[in-house]
Design a binder for this molecule. Structure first.
Ligand SMILES: [Zn+2]
Length: 307
């Protein structure tokens, strides 16, 4: 099935039009000299709250890094609810072990279940989980959330698919605006909004079992406290935050560069009553860099709303 609801060209045209408006000061200031883009929406209505995209990055597909792990988890849980209690021990990785065979956290995460692994984004856990997930189920989840169309998922090898499920490699590419819409959908009871107009049009309702949505949201809500984004909230005004960071293979204008990475962050706040959802994409950087910017933006917007 083609992606009819969030057509890439329409997203590009609309976001380009929105980009011509002056960026909200908090967004441009939060980026400083970094090259990147950010989009803030109200996850309950899909309306655009703020936009910063001077280089037109939000509608371009990029490798999503660890942000894809949420959809791997959904595919695993839908196929088998007992996946929630699947345990994997993340052992220490020596410095000589290649990244794809290791975990980003070299000392090792010890033994984790799925929710804990999502919170800390354990690569070793998701590599073991991915080997149990049927590729068709994984791509079907991505299509339901309008992240890819079927043409983009043909002729993948099992190894390529497993790598994509963990967040490695550059074959899977998703525009930042589409990832934001999909994450916001998890926090809005399954409402997937079309972000093309900026006004929040309901594209479709995504069927997702409540217990799965709850597990994912709770794992992401734990993440800023105990996971990869722990330090981002220390000085920010944020009552609670759910979020996910990603550090992805660099692929820009058809060129890979193994010395560089893209930095991603998607965050929703407050976690229990989401009022704002942000996606930050850094052309060069790491997930934690994007998270620092995202937290600044969310703090600024929510503080502004309080006044
Ligand atoms: Zn790990």
């Amino acid at each position: 099935m083609r992606n009819r609801l969030l057509p890439a060209l329409a997203v590009a045209a609309c976001l380009a039009a929105q980009s011509s408006a002056p960026a909200s000061p908090p967004l441009s200031e939060a980026f400083g000299a970094e090259t990147g883009a950010a989009l803030v929406i109200n996850p309950q209505t899909g309306t655009t709250c703020a936009l910063f995209d001077p280089h037109g990055l939000l509608s371009q597909p990029f490798p999503p890094g660890s942000l894809v792990k949420v959809f791997t988890a959904i595919a695993a849980l839908e196929a088998n609810p007992s996946a929630a209690s699947f345990l994997v021990t993340c052992v220490p990785s020596s410095p000589t072990v290649p990244a794809f065979d290791a975990c980003w956290y070299r000392p090792g995460h010890s033994t984790l279940n799925l929710k804990q692994a999502l919170t800390v984004s354990c690569d070793r856990y998701f590599r073991a989980l991915a080997q149990r997930v049927d590729p068709e189920s994984f791509f079907s989840v991505l299509q339901r959330f309008s992240l890819v169309d079927d043409a983009g998922t043909r002729r993948w090898s099992r190894q390529e698919t497993t790598q994509a499920m963990v967040g490695f490699g550059s074959r899977l590419r998703i525009p930042p605006a589409s990832l934001l819409a999909a994450y916001a959908c998890l926090f809005s009871g399954g409402c997937l909004y079309d972000l093309t107009s900026g006004e929040g049009t309901l594209a479709r309702r995504v069927d997702l079992r409540p217990e799965i949505a709850r597990l994912i949201c709770e794992a992401l809500a734990d993440s800023p406290v105990t996971g990869t984004a722990a330090e981002t909230r220390k000085e920010a005004y944020l009552p609670s935050l759910a979020g996910k960071t990603g550090t992805a293979s660099y692929l820009y204008r058809g060129q890979t560069d193994y010395r560089k990475t893209h930095g991603w962050f998607v965050g929703v706040a407050p976690a229990q009553d989401p009022q704002a959802a942000v996606c930050v994409f850094l052309l060069e950087g790491k997930g934690i860099d994007a998270a620092r910017i995202g937290v600044k933006i969310l703090s600024s917007i929510l503080e502004g709303d309080r006044r």
